[in-house]
Design a binder for this molecule. Structure first.
Ligand SMILES: [Cu+2]
Length: 484
């Protein structure tokens, strides 16, 4: 395959490609893609030719053109990102009023209602705003998140010949896909206004079963308490070159929030060159070697618990002491308030939670949400990929974990690691980083099975009991029956 982007047979399939090297990442200077200038900024203008993604989103050219017309105000395309106008950056898009098309209310079996607004950002894609949770028996919705969204998909190739920031550098937002009704079973597909593109039937809002919510046998053998769990599910599909990213948010009847990104679509045939010296053979024999790469996904969460500011962050660590000669091991758990900005690293028996400054459940316990990371592969290649979670003081200009395209000032860092500089966390933002090292396999073609990465937010003391507790067990808070 041609690394310089000469269109291959598939590269122009469907007529949706703009023709010539449609993504100018490899151009040493003056490229037209929204990303190339950024690359030049980061690694220097004399960067060697790099792997080129073919069949790039045709939006790339349109974005660049628009940015030029608007003096770079729309997005960090072309000149602005290239450094010609370092002060040029866009301002955060306003959150539209939450009129009916932008409102989602999910009433789930078990009596839980999730409510939220959404809007669409040309870089981040789907953004959720003002997310609240109202389990059965709660008089009012409990505010959880002020906003939640993807904050970057960073894709470095193992051979060092390509490194993409898919959200702010490769047109992620412009690649929103139309969904067919059968892709959104039982739900509705919302129309999304994508800048420069127009309306896309791109947001699926539906519900989905997740199997057992709980099960408990009655002591007297007369039956079983059991309930099926149900999730409110929102997702979009954004196409970035050969890949398609499913951005999924699940809101469960038991209060759990799950954020996942699933990568599917196709491996890039332009990368079947064993450029990393190994790769993995994915065709007959040993001719086509797919270069391995990582997908480092970041999310940005602004909590605003119970509708207020001043959320607190806490870290918990448990240390296990081996047993004495006679006896059992002991485990001691310590709580460390995180009062200043922190780049946090996962460790055995370590976890973090976000604690409400004012909300308490009916047991008098502070409401909180625990961050539960999924499996991750931490990539040591960039300062921002070296940590699993970041807590930073909220700033409107700090929106993307790497290649941040907003204007934080002429000498401000453009990635989340640089924003951790000792400030007091008066209004913390949480950045979750989950990495996946993708060593291709034969089964990745064709299409590529979805591979997922993500995390959960688990309610911790948000309600006094399981929000799905059946009525005949409601008197067992702190005092389950001991007989049996
Ligand atoms: Cu991959």
């Amino acid at each position: 395959m041609d690394r310089n982007g000469l269109p291959g047979a598939r590269g122009l399939a469907g007529g949706s490609t703009a023709g010539p090297p449609d993504h100018a990442r490899a151009a040493p200077a003056g490229g037209t893609g929204p990303d190339d200038g950024t690359r030049a900024t980061r690694v220097g203008g004399a960067a060697p030719p790099r792997r080129v993604r073919m069949r790039a989103p045709r939006r790339a050219a349109a974005v660049a053109a628009t940015a030029v017309l608007l003096g770079g105000a729309l997005t960090a395309a072309g000149p602005a990102a290239a450094g010609a106008s370092p002060a040029a950056g866009r301002t955060p898009p306003p959150v539209p009023g939450c009129s009916a098309p932008y409102r989602v209310t999910g009433k789930l079996a078990g009596g839980t209602t999730w409510r939220m607004c959404w809007h669409y950002d040309s870089s981040a894609g789907l953004v959720l705003d003002d997310v609240s949770y109202q389990p059965r028996g709660e008089a009012r919705p409990i505010r959880v998140l002020t906003s939640a969204k993807l904050a970057q998909v960073h894709v470095p190739y193992d051979d060092g010949q390509a490194e993409y920031d898919d959200l702010t550098g490769f047109g992620f937002g412009y690649g929103l896909q139309n969904l067919k009704p059968e892709e959104c079973p039982g739900g509705t597909i919302r129309s999304v206004k994508v800048p420069d593109t127009g309306a896309v039937d791109g947001l699926c809002v539906t519900t989905r079963s997740r199997g057992h919510a709980y099960r408990m046998a009655k002591d007297d053998g007369t039956g079983v308490w059991h309930e099926e769990g149900r999730d409110l599910l929102l997702y979009t599909v954004n196409k970035v070159s050969w890949y398609e990213y499913i951005t999924e948010w699940r809101f469960s009847s038991d209060g759990t929030v799950s954020a996942n990104v699933g990568a599917t679509g196709s491996l890039s045939p332009g990368d079947y060159d064993a450029g990393d010296g190994r790769g993995w053979p994915i065709g007959k024999g040993a001719a086509d070697y797919a270069v391995s790469h990582s997908h480092n996904v970041f999310w940005r969460l602004n909590f605003g618990l119970d509708g207020g500011a001043g959320d607190r962050i806490e870290q918990y660590d448990s240390a296990v002491t081996p047993p004495p000669a006679q006896g059992s091991p002991t485990t001691r758990t310590t709580r460390t308030p995180v009062t200043r900005e922190l780049a946090g690293d996962a460790a055995d028996m370590r976890w973090w939670r976000v604690v409400s400054a004012k909300g308490r459940n009916t047991d008098g316990h502070a409401r909180s949400w625990e961050i539960v990371p999924g499996p991750t592969a931490k990539h040591a290649g960039r300062p921002y990929t070296r940590h699993d979670v970041y807590f930073t003081q909220n700033r409107a200009c700090e929106q993307f974990a790497s290649n941040n395209t907003l204007d934080c000032g002429p000498s401000a860092p453009d990635s989340v690691d640089g924003w951790v500089n000792g400030e007091t966390l008066a209004n913390p933002v949480v950045w979750v980083h989950i990495g996946f090292h993708h060593i291709a396999r034969d089964e990745d073609q064709q299409p590529m099975p979805v591979h997922w990465q993500g995390f959960q937010l688990a309610p911790r003391d948000v309600t006094a009991m399981n929000p799905l507790t059946p009525a005949d067990l409601a008197d067992q808070n702190g005092a389950p029956p001991t007989g049996s």
